[in-house]
Ligand binder design. Structure first.
Ligand SMILES: NC(=O)c1ccc[n+]([C@@H]2O[C@H](COP(=O)([O-])OP(=O)(O)OC[C@H]3O[C@@H](n4cnc5c(N)ncnc54)[C@H](O)[C@@H]3O)[C@@H](O)[C@H]2O)c1
Length: 287
């Protein structure tokens, strides 16, 4: 929600064209499919290049077109910290949460996190909490590729009896996953259950699919009580996510059919949009 009426009274410098806070300095961690998309959208929406930087592993520097990126590029967290970011936008994966997000939180940099699957690890969660306390920083979890998280979170106030997640993907999308040890993805010709268990087990066995189940588990009844079914379904050509929850509030059923990001068929476009939305809200609300 924009609040243009506030800009005239704000002590914070505000961009006259966009009404965004100008003192925010945004560090995008990870310049893969999602990081590039988020950067492009923020630039299109009018965020100034000088307000943006990114953290990219040194071995990827050669494959990035620095000129087309047009923002500061850093290869180590210490140099990025010297740039004085006020906001970190994580688009890099689970390992980067430990390597980059924790040091930034420790130095007081508020963070928007998309790799929620990392939070299935209790020791990492503890490290994050310590880093936030040390830095006085905040962590915003985006809903990513899934929806209805707000309703699930509200519903737990009255008590949730069950939360079930079902994920369906075309068989080819499960190539390279542990399911290949049991199933030949090239010959599956009917909807086939490739995993059934808890959100905690699915996060450990299928880390690449853990982000959606983690969002549901964290909003609802936790990793051990959330049940997960994953299917290789030749009848779908998108990533389909379904949540079914029952509780004192009543019953909830949500189904999303997500288009992939053009640059990464494994990543839902909606996940990138959820980060963009979170950053834009922050820029609007911090004035
Ligand atoms: N919450 C959700 O619903 C959801 C959905 C899809 C993806 N994701 C998460 O978003 C991440 C990014 O997605 P993507 O499609 O852009 O993946 P991608 O593989 O295209 O890009 C990830 C990039 O991050 C870089 N990277 C890895 N570690 C890094 C580090 N320590 N510092 C800086 N860069 C680092 C990689 O080199 C790569 O370029 C995924 O790994 C996944 O964890 C979340």
């Amino acid at each position: 929600m924009t609040m243009p009426e506030l800009s005239g009274h704000s002590a914070v410098p505000v961009d006259r064209d966009t009404n965004f806070a100008l003192d925010e300095r945004i560090a995008i961690v990870g310049m893969g499919a999602m990081g590039k998309r988020v950067l492009a959208t923020l630039r299109e929406r009018g965020v100034r290049a000088r307000q943006l930087a990114c953290l990219v592993p040194a071995h990827e520097a050669g494959s990035l077109n620095m000129q087309s990126i047009g923002i500061e590029v850093f290869h180590d967290v210490a140099s990025l910290v010297s740039w004085n970011p006020t906001l970190c936008v994580e688009c890099a994966g689970h390992a980067a949460v430990d390597e980059a997000v924790i040091p930034l939180l420790e130095r007081g940099v508020d963070t928007i996190l998309v790799s929620l699957g990392a939070l299935a690890s209790a020791p990492l969660l503890e490290k994050i909490n310590r880093a936030m306390t040390l830095g006085g920083s905040t962590l915003t979890l985006v809903s990513g590729a899934i929806g209805g998280i707000d309703a699930l979170h509200a519903a737990r106030m009255g008590g949730l009896d069950s939360v079930r997640y079902t994920g369906r993907k075309p068989p080819r999308a499960w190539q390279g996953s542990p399911a290949e040890a049991q199933f030949d993805m090239l010959t599956i010709d009917k909807p086939t259950v490739i995993f059934e268990g808890t959100a905690g087990e699915s996060a450990r066995l299928f880390p690449k699919n853990a982000n959606v189940t983690a969002a549901i588990a964290l909003a609802g009844i936790g990793f051990e009580r959330t049940t997960v079914t994953m299917m290789a379904d030749p009848g779908v050509d998108k990533n389909v996510h379904e949540i079914d929850a029952v509780g004192a509030f009543g019953r909830l059923s949500i189904r999303l059919e997500n288009n992939p990001l053009p640059d990464n068929p494994r990543t839902s476009w909606l996940a990138a949009m959820s980060i963009e939305d979170a950053v834009i809200r922050r820029l609007e609300h911090s004035i």
